[in-house]
Design a protein around this ligand. Structure first.
Ligand code: APR
Length: 233
């Protein structure tokens, strides 16, 4: 492997599982309680906005009662101490990476704690509910929606993500099933561009065969161990 300078880390729901935030596809996960089509598509929002707003109000409230776990803290430590380029691309819409202290974070699927005004396009920090159609802090119109990328919508920050993958010497995927694109394809982009690839997950993901190395176990164990190893080679 070339000198290790630039690291891109992709995280999914598995990194927040031990903080008590449901994943999507594990037994009893979120999508088993709700049909995706009923809550996570623009058509669902058009058809039944109250159902969608209540779903995300519930999730927004729930994540504010959770705390970062040892995996979030280990990644924040790496972010602080790593002297090369480092980018945490998260599919998660919680703020646990930031609350652990990480700063080089991109949310490609949006953020629970933002509200997006469909009238003026401004995103505002939002910790309350949206079901009562509150006024947009910017334009005053009652046109706020969750700032979450729904199925069929374009993920955020894709140009910055592909730029970072081009420069990466190491791509690490943590706590994601490899079920949803484009995130599930990043490992192949990274390989094709010459990066080494590592999977840290509870069990083999759907894309595990694409990784040079895979370590399986709970994120609160395998992530701190890997961070220690990479900071103290
Ligand atoms: N430690 C490490 N990995 C874990 C843990 C844990 N404690 N618990 C679960 N996992 C792993 C599971 O094995 C699984 O591979 O985390 C992964 C969770 O997969 P998903 O539930 O599919 O979540 P994710 O991969 O983030 O989903 C991607 O799909 O529905 C969309 O927008 C949603 O961002 C989400 C995207």
């Amino acid at each position: 492997m070339s000198v290790l300078r630039n690291i891109v880390i992709l995280t999914g729901a598995g990194v927040s599982a031990e903080s008590g935030i449901d994943t999507f596809r594990d037994g009893g996960g979120l999508w088993e309680q709700h049909r995706v089509e009923d809550v996570a598509t623009p058509e669902a929002f058009e058809r039944d906005p109250d159902l969608v707003l209540r779903f995300y109000d519930m999730r927004r409230e729930a994540i504010q009662t959770k705390a970062p776990n040892a995996a979030h803290h280990a990644l924040a430590r790496l972010d602080r101490e790593w002297e090369g380029d480092l980018l945490i691309v998260t599919q998660n819409i919680d703020d646990l990476h930031e609350r652990a202290g990480a700063s080089r974070v991109l949310h490609m699927h949006g953020e629970h704690l933002n509200a997006w005004c469909t009238a003026c396009d401004v995103r505002s920090r939002w910790t309350g509910t949206l079901i009562d159609r509150p006024a947009c802090p910017e334009c005053g119109k009652a046109a706020l929606r969750p700032d979450v990328v729904w199925f069929g919508e374009m993920p955020y920050h894709m140009d910055a993500i592909y730029d970072a993958l081009r420069e990466a010497d190491l791509f690490v995927s943590i706590g994601t099933s490899g079920a949803v694109y484009p995130a599930a394809g990043f490992v192949r982009n990274a390989r094709d561009l010459g990066a080494a690839t590592l999977e840290l997950n509870l069990e083999p993901s759907q894309g595990t065969g694409w990784f040079d190395e895979a370590r399986h176990g709970p994120a609160t164990e395998v992530v701190p161990a890997w961070v220690e190893e990479i900071l103290r080679p």
